[in-house]
Design a protein around this ligand. Structure first.
Ligand code: C2E
Ligand code: MG
Ligand code: MG
Ligand code: MG
Length: 278
């Protein structure tokens, strides 16, 4: 695993390992406990159709219910976890929670596709597709009910290896989304060669789209690119009704953001769904 990681950026990896503080090592140790004790929880943020407002899925976002420090956000521990082998069991734990939740919702009559974020370290692992397949089987969930969100950065660090892994995931029937699209360096060639289903436009182009002609131009270009490559598009970070209206007018099919809903605990998401349908 370490060898694979260092192939994607030996200098960066070594520097981070060497400078790792005892505080960070303590955090990794605590994370092992957190996974074992079930302290990781998922909140869910709806993906909605811009025209009808219909919810078409929910993105799982991890939080750590820490016994002393309260609810920790991914930014407090995912960056450190990504540089450590713990990202593998952490990814498995999140997948398990999300598929278990999907299954529980389905059993209650709510069919809601789920999306899970996958860190680069979780992706550069040839056993990953097998573990995804096993998790789908374990929860009896159809593969097309699961979207994996990956970032451009994880694709470009070793495109050949990632492509092979993505092809195996796609062969399972899992949907593959590029998260924070527009902020990395993925070339058109990579995009065309990867078996993707969705682009998620980074929120920096979305937040002020109703005020900034430059943002609108970039989103327009991404929409055209997505059409050419036959990919669906989600705009993330919609904070205002004005932004949503512009996206709908431009033909951006799906959106996510605080304007519609913040990420919510599962029960609150169900309540929100009932409130918006009514
Ligand atoms: P992301 O996948 O791009 O998720 C979107 C982030 O933006 C979430 O932050 C979400 O709460 C926030 N957000 C949603 N709508 C809005 C909005 O309208 N305005 C603004 N300003 N923010 C909005 P969160 O939950 O703190 O997650 C941050 C990042 O952590 C995620 O970015 C994702 O890269 C990573 N992450 C979250 N959960 C997991 C996980 O289970 N595994 C891994 N590997 N990474 C995760
Ligand atoms: Mg995401
Ligand atoms: Mg994103
Ligand atoms: Mg983002």
């Amino acid at each position: 695993y370490t060898a694979k990681r260092s192939r994607c950026g030996a200098a960066l990896y070594d520097a981070r390992t060497d400078s790792r503080s005892s505080e960070q090592l303590g955090l990794i140790g605590e994370l092992h406990r957190a996974i074992a004790e079930g302290e990781l929880v998922l909140h869910y943020q709806p993906k909605v159709a811009t025209d009808s407002g219909r919810t078409v899925g929910a993105e799982a976002l991890v939080r750590w219910q820490h016994p002393e420090r309260g609810l920790l956000m991914p930014g407090d521990f995912i960056p450190q976890a990504e540089d450590d082998e713990i990202i593998v069991p952490l990814t498995d734990a999140v997948l398990d929670l999300a598929l278990g939740q999907h299954r529980a919702w389905r059993d209650g009559g709510l069919l809601l596709p789920v999306a899970v974020n996958i860190a680069a370290g979780g992706l550069y692992d040839t056993a990953f597709p097998d573990r995804v397949a096993a998790a789908l089987t374990r929860h009896d969930v159809a593969a097309d009910m699961l979207t994996l969100e990956i970032t451009e950065t994880s694709i470009i660090s070793d495109p050949n290896e990632v492509q092979a892994i993505l092809v195996r995931l796609r062969d399972l029937g899992v949907r593959l989304s590029i998260d924070d699209f527009g902020t990395g360096y993925s070339s058109m060639a990579y995009l065309q060669s990867m078996p993707l289903t969705e682009l998620k436009i980074d929120r920096r182009f979305v937040r002020a789209i109703h005020e900034q002609a430059g943002d609108e131009a970039i989103v327009q270009a991404i929409l055209e690119l997505a059409r050419a490559l036959d990919l669906t598009v989600v705009a993330e970070g919609v904070e205002q009704a004005e932004a949503l209206a512009v996206l709908e007018a431009m033909g951006c099919p799906y959106a996510q953001g605080y304007h519609m809903s913040r990420p919510l605990p599962p029960a609150d998401l169900v309540a929100w769904l009932h409130a918006t349908v009514a």
